[in-house]
Design a protein. Structure first.
Length: 171
């Protein structure tokens, strides 16, 4: 554990308890990676719940937000081909077809043929879709900020830098 509060008491969390138990039971193994990955896993559970809550407040499923957000990030006129959406959301083409169909039904997107090539289909965000994803994004960022608690900007940037370095090695 190693860290102490102002009164000298050890400071730890459930991961420290878990790792200590493994170190006791399997001292032949280095459990150092568990300090990182077990915390990332637990944090992801909090993040998933916060994201689902932010989306649900706007009657959105996670996948709906993902597609709408991909279109919003594309910039005006907020449209993309299904192939571009596949790359942005990491789903199969059959899944994307079903998702676009459902978003069309909800009035969040339209499906049109490109004017310069009638074989190309474009998925475009509607005004309703844009308003919905913008509102959900605002709530999402507020929820994510709350999860960061009282971490100041310097600590947040340091954490982001360290996680970026780790992720870049794995990608």
């Amino acid at each position: 554990m190693g860290d102490e509060d102002a009164s000298g008491r050890p400071v730890g969390d459930e991961v420290d308890v878990l790792v200590a138990a493994w170190q006791r039971e399997r001292p032949d193994l280095s459990s150092a990676p568990m300090h990182v990955w077990s915390r990332i896993h637990r944090l992801s559970l909090y993040l998933d719940a916060a994201r689902r809550g932010a989306y649900a407040a706007h009657d959105l499923e996670t996948w709906e937000f993902d597609v709408l957000a991909a279109l919003r990030r594309a910039g005006q006129p907020y449209r993309a081909t299904p192939g571009q959406l596949l790359r942005d959301t990491h789903v199969t083409s059959g899944t994307m077809t079903n998702r676009v169909d459902r978003l069309v039904t909800r009035g969040f997107v339209t499906r049109e043929q490109a004017s310069d090539d009638r074989r190309v289909v474009l998925v475009q965000l509607t005004d309703q879709g844009r308003a919905t994803v913008d509102a959900a994004m605002g709530d999402l960022l507020a929820a994510e900020r709350r999860l960061l608690g009282d971490l100041d900007d310097v600590r947040v940037e340091r954490l982001a830098r360290d996680l970026r370095a780790l992720l870049s090695r794995l990608s």
